[in-house]
Design a protein around this ligand. Structure first.
Ligand code: SF4
Length: 44
């Protein structure tokens, strides 16, 4: 499990939350890629 908080959800009342990525905090571990059920996340 990553030690940093690279992904944050911004709630949108009545809508779909948006995802913010803090690239500087991402370690590239790939955990988020492997658990996404719709393959929405890729690492470059
Ligand atoms: S690859 Fe995904 S789970 Fe891993 S640190 Fe980066 S954003 Fe977090």
């Amino acid at each position: 499990m990553p030690a940093t908080r690279a992904l944050r959800f911004r709630p949108a009342p009545g809508g779909i939350a948006s995802l913010a990525v803090e690239a500087a905090a991402c370690t590239g571990c790939g955990d988020c890629v492997s658990v996404c059920p719709v393959t929405a996340i890729t690492l470059r």
